[in-house]
Design a protein around this ligand. Structure first.
Ligand SMILES: [Zn+2]
Length: 415
């Protein structure tokens, strides 16, 4: 079934990336940066102009909107979700996007910093884009395709549904979140108010990819309590928490169980920060694995290292605190296989071969899935995100728009 869509996704995208929405992990407020609301206000205005009259942003910077259903059938309420913030790892100020029309398969030298080159050897996906139109940065900032490509795609699909009442669909919800890049995108999402049965984040990379599996993730803090004395009179008394921490870190495996030695379905133990002094030193870790048993096994492994090290220091102790971060969404999604199956059919209908894959990370959707809203991740077409080499193809974005529209149609057809 072919569907003609008057695409406005590229124009929308080029407008959204010019708004700086960088989030800030050191801020305690929500949104973490007030400027994220600049994009939120624009999206609300555009949705209302389209005719999506209940569109609004709450105090936390979340944008909610409803496209009412027009079917006589009882169709589940589906939500599409993207995040508005960009990564704190790379500047998102004064983004100056460049369009490379009819891409020729060569390396792309970026306009305002010629040392920044997007090489096909480093980004082999580019070779699938010959003849397409690629949007890049000017070499001085990130692009923000992560996740404004998804935002633009959802906006364009919404526009298409509203302009074409002959397309039958159930109630469609839209949710744009702040602060995903700092791991807080789901924190203040009001899922009760949203009222969706199932959701899709549009925040994936390669054309055709759908991710139904994420890491399961915990944070671990080891606080070491040593013994501090005057260093001139410390013989047989001092037990430095700094040195104990150093021993724990150096006892970690180097060629296994670390980010730099693992891939695919392997998990890891990763020290991310260390702070303190002779009296007390804290080490923070992130622990990642696809299976929860492996996650727990790694935590036990880490704890055993600390126990072994501390034995040499009779007057020192340590605390070992585990904090759950998120869980692999697959467990939830497997209970409702149609969520992923319909998305794969929606891609096929858009002429895209679906590829089911897993993410070595988490998404807002992994949190939503455990908050009662099952939510896999669909490609948005974003590549090399969090960097100056970030790029997206206009044709991939259009395929994502068609996938969203088709997905609404398929849920109606099969209800
Ligand atoms: Zn993202």
């Amino acid at each position: 079934m072919g569907m003609k869509i008057d695409y406005t996704v590229a124009e929308r995208f080029l407008k959204y990336v010019k708004i700086d929405t960088q989030s800030d992990p050191d801020s305690d407020t929500c949104p973490s940066t007030e400027k994220q609301k600049d994009l939120g206000h624009l999206l609300v205005r555009e949705l209302v102009e389209m005719g999506v009259s209940d569109a609004h942003m709450d105090d936390h910077g979340y944008v909610y909107a409803t496209i009412p259903g027009n079917s006589d059938k009882k169709v589940p309420t589906i939500c599409f979700c993207s995040h508005m913030d960009t990564s704190p790892d790379c500047s998102g100020k004064n983004v100056n996007p460049q369009v490379v029309k009819n891409y020729n398969g060569k390396d792309i030298v970026l306009l305002n910093d010629k040392t920044q080159i997007i090489k096909t050897t480093e980004h082999p996906s580019l070779l699938k884009q010959i003849g397409n139109d690629i949007i890049t940065t000017d070499g001085t900032t990130l692009l923000g395709a992560d996740n404004k490509a998804g935002v633009a795609e959802i906006m364009d699909a919404a526009n298409h549904l509203v302009k074409h009442p002959e397309i039958k669909h159930g109630t469609v919800k839209i949710l744009f979140t702040p602060d995903e890049e700092i791991g807080r995108g789901a924190d203040k999402a009001d899922l009760k108010k949203l009222g969706a049965d199932y959701a899709y984040t549009i925040d994936g990379e390669e054309l055709g990819h759908i991710e139904n599996e994420t890491f399961s993730a915990d944070g671990v803090t080891i606080s070491i309590h040593g013994v501090s004395t005057h260093p001139g009179f410390a013989k047989n008394k001092m037990e430095s928490a700094i040195k104990i921490a150093g021993e724990i870190i150096s006892a970690l495996p180097r060629y296994t169980m670390s980010p730099e030695s693992t891939e695919k379905k392997e998990g890891f133990i990763h020290p991310v920060s260390i702070s303190g002094g002779v009296e007390e030193t804290k080490i923070q870790f992130i622990i990642r694995a696809f299976e929860e048993e492996e996650l727990k096994m790694q935590e036990t492994f880490l704890k055993n290292i600390a126990v072994m090290v501390i034995k040499k220091y009779p007057h020192s102790t340590f605390d070992f605190v585990v904090k759950e971060q998120y869980r692999n969404m697959k467990k939830i999604l497997d209970k409702n296989p149609q969520i992923v199956n319909y998305a794969m059919d929606a891609m096929r209908r858009a002429g895209v071969e679906p590829v089911l894959s897993s993410i070595r990370g988490g998404t807002d959707g992994s949190r939503f899935s455990y908050m009662g809203l099952p939510c896999p991740n669909i490609f948005a077409g974003e590549h090399a995100f969090h960097s100056k080499h970030e790029w997206v193809s206009i044709q991939d974005m259009q395929k994502a728009v068609a996938t969203i529209v088709n997905l609404c149609v398929i849920w109606e057809e099969r209800s």
